[in-house]
Design a protein around this ligand. Structure first.
Ligand SMILES: [Zn+2]
Length: 325
């Protein structure tokens, strides 16, 4: 990841040390860098997470901004979590992609067999520490960004309930229905979040390019929309803190992921620099070569979801999707 071209850094890593001490104060077992507030009124337990990937600054900026503004839930409990802070603390403008994780991808650990298993890593230690927070969450918004300059999108997971919640937000307009990665389950796919019989629900938002100023604005906007939609704050509070009035809801564009292309070698290379959400009109179009293996699109009007410029062997290179609406 370090050998990607250096992008323009429009965002500055926020100073988050003020949020290290859990907000419940001494004596409560709140993990570091989790700020949790109980409204004292009935309502959902909501978690908004940032820095699951340490180089994805927009979510940290959004949470820092909301905390500094004194945002509190008006119903239920709200927890704002800075997740992989150890990786974030390694962030360097000289190698801005390198802080994604320390030992392994935090967002591929979310199955009991992994969390309860014998493996050890810095990310697993943090995941085990934060697991009770996510176990207790009725609703989760997990904020991310992308390596490519792709428009914002929501990864709604495989079930109708994820799609319904994504549509209810009103923005971002592009919603991807997907089942995740071969290399391990994401936080948004943990436990009940993907069980269609459970009311518990999660969304992952990709706010734009990692270091683009616009990504931080999207992260703030989506967070306020999410909190108002699930009833943690009122629509009036959300409107007062953001510019939701000027960002009208958009008609959703839903893409269903049908295929996940996993790199078989470190020599995986796309045949051209795709931006993400590119649509290939003809089935059989060559999109990449992986150590001699030709990767072609399986059907007409195939969308390329989140291409990774230089994936490692075993990692997702791109997902292929079909437009549903
Ligand atoms: Zn991410």
């Amino acid at each position: 990841m370090d050998n990607l071209p250096s992008p323009a850094l429009e965002l500055t890593p926020p100073e988050i040390s003020a949020w290290r001490q859990g907000s419940d104060g001494p004596g409560r077992d709140t993990p570091d860098y989790v700020q949790s507030f109980d409204s004292g009124r009935p309502g959902p337990s909501v978690v908004v997470s940032a820095l699951v990937h340490g180089n994805e600054l927009c979510g940290a900026i959004a949470l820092d901004r909301l905390l500094r503004s004194g945002l509190r839930p008006e119903a239920g409990r709200l927890s704002l979590a800075f997740v992989n802070v150890a990786a974030f603390e390694r962030f360097s403008p000289a190698a801005p992609h390198a802080a994604r994780f320390l030992d392994e991808d935090f967002n591929r650990l979310w199955a009991p067999a992994i969390l309860d298993g014998p493996r050890q890593s810095q990310e697993l230690a943090r995941a085990r520490r934060l697991r009770p927070l996510f176990d207790a969450a009725d609703l989760l918004l997990d904020i991310h960004s992308m390596s490519t300059t792709t428009e914002p999108l929501i990864l709604a997971g495989p079930s109708d309930k994820g799609l319904d919640l994504a549509v209810a937000l009103g923005r971002p307009a592009t919603i991807v229905r997907d089942a995740g990665h071969a290399s391990g389950p994401r936080l948004r796919d943990y436990g009940d979040f993907v069980d269609p019989r459970s009311p518990r629900n999660a969304l992952l938002v990709e706010c734009g390019q990692h270091f683009a100023a616009a990504s931080a604005e999207v992260a703030c906007d989506v967070t306020l929309r999410f909190l108002a939609t699930v009833g943690s704050i009122s629509a009036r509070t959300a409107a007062a803190r953001g510019n939701l009035q000027t960002r009208a809801p958009q008609a959703p564009r839903v893409i269903e992921v049908t295929d996940c292309v996993t790199a078989a070698s470190d020599r995986f290379a796309f045949v051209q620099p795709f931006r993400g959400l590119d649509v290939m009109p003809r089935a059989g179009s060559l999109i990449a070569v992986d150590d001699g293996r030709r990767i072609v699109t399986p059907y007409d009007d195939c969308a390329l979801v989140m291409p990774v410029e230089r994936p490692r062997a075993g990692a997702t290179a791109v997902r292929l999707g079909r437009r549903c609406t």
